[in-house]
Write a protein that binds this ligand. Structure first.
Ligand SMILES: Nc1ncnc2c1ncn2[C@@H]1O[C@H](COP(=O)(O)OP(=O)(O)OP(=O)(O)O)[C@@H](O)[C@H]1O
Ligand SMILES: [Mg+2]
Length: 260
């Protein structure tokens, strides 16, 4: 199995899902004709990534909920399904995962379900991208226990930056159990150049993160349009600035993880 990237931020609506699906699409675009494959794992009961990537408006029969329910005894390969992006497969989420998360607390191996699932079923993927929910809950812990890298979308807002410190404290705590967990970087999302505070925070983040700032995605209606059509920007608007920005982030990840 290739590297596992968890896209995480406990704050809601910051662009985790948008980043996860578009980075997957852009890396698969760069990997065109190489036969390499990417697996997206949707661990959020809102199932937004499943919707955007689905071929059939998000209707999936088998979902990730299965791995959190039973004992880890059966072959779960049928949970992996194709998407509307060539070279990208998905393990979709479902709304019923909301109640599973609570029940998981009393189940065995509660933090390791995703790790076992991926180890047994995703060995032929060259990259795994996990879209996390806006929380620090057991599903996020499952993601952090199996991830090699954490990727964090960050809006140019003071409160989001404060939240980032809390997230990093969690990552630090998880390192006692998963010492291989690294910080891949941040992507500033929803930047508007004409907003002065955005420009100021951008400067601050550029200084603060240096080459761990993997890219800047401007606020753009193209992103919402693409999602409403359940498409990534790769298939919605390859000429858009947003697509080029996501491609830049993808190229930095390819470079940093040696995925050329
Ligand atoms: N750069 C952007 N410009 C405009 N809209 C954006 C941008 N990034 C994300 N959005 C929109 O903002 C909303 C939230 O984005 P997204 O779903 O990716 O965030 P999230 O962090 O995954 O949310 P949640 O925490 O609920 O899972 C979506 O409607 C998305 O289309
Ligand atoms: Mg999301």
């Amino acid at each position: 199995m290739g590297p596992v990237i968890a896209v995480a931020n406990q704050k809601g609506g910051v662009g985790k899902t948008t980043l996860a699906v578009n980075v997957a699409a852009c890396i698969s675009y760069r990997w065109k004709d190489t036969g390499r494959r990417i697996l997206v794992v949707d661990t959020d009961h809102q199932a937004n990534a499943s919707y955007i990537l689905s071929r059939d408006s998000g209707k999936y029969e088998e979902t990730l909920a299965a791995i959190y329910q039973d004992e880890i005894a059966r072959d779960y390969r049928d949970l992996i399904q194709t998407t509307n992006v060539s070279g990208v497969d998905i393990v979709p989420a479902s709304p019923m995962m909301a109640s599973e998360e609570m029940k998981l607390a009393s189940r065995e191996k509660k933090g390791y379900r995703l790790k076992y699932f991926l180890e047994f079923n995703a060995s032929n993927y060259d990259l795994v991208i996990i879209d996390c929910p806006p929380a620090i809950n057991l599903f996020v812990l499952n993601a952090f226990y199996v991830a090699d890298q954490i990727l964090v979308p960050l809006p140019p807002e003071d409160l989001a930056i404060q939240g980032f410190q809390q997230l990093m404290a969690q990552v630090q705590a998880v390192r006692e159990i998963n010492p291989g967990l690294s910080f891949l970087g941040v992507v500033v999302n929803m930047l508007t150049d004409r907003v002065r505070i955005h420009r100021e925070i951008r400067c601050f983040l550029e200084e603060e993160f240096g080459d761990k700032l993997l890219g800047i995605i401007h606020r753009s209606v193209r992103i919402q349009e693409a999602e409403a059509m359940n498409l990534t920007l790769l298939d919605y608007s390859r000429s858009s600035r947003s697509f080029k920005e996501f491609l830049g982030v993808a190229d930095n990840i390819i470079e940093d993880l040696g995925l050329k």
